[in-house]
Design a protein around this ligand. Sequence first.
Ligand code: HEC
Length: 95
Amino acid sequence: MTRIRLAALAASLVFTLAASMAALAQDASQTVMTACTKCHNAKRVCANLGVKDKAAWDATVTRMVKNGAQVGEKDKPALVGWLAAQKAGAKPVCE
Ligand code: HEC
């Protein structure tokens, strides 16, 4: 009985974690599509997916914030992580 409960609890924890990670990833891609398409189009970002690594994206996003991009300090790590994790041609940036 206890074992079944524990398994159910573990399963629901894994599910919650996966769901919130998916939500975070979606948030980050939405941030790119809104905050990063104000001054240039998404093609400029798209051209660098799968090219820049995390450090390079971090430097780029920092420079874009200086340019005037509306990205909060607390949203930056998720945004940089999402950008660095994408392959060339990834949607929604490269649609
Ligand atoms: C306030 C205007 C503005 C916003 C908002 C903006 N950019 Fe830019 N972006 C620029 C300008 C100006 C350039 C060209 C000069 C430069 O590279 O700094 C540029 C160039 C780029 C380049 C090509 C140069 C390189 O270093 O590869 C990339 C990639 C890029 N932006 C990504 C982004 C991302 C990602 C975001 C969202 C976090 C973003 N931009 C938001 C103004 C902006």
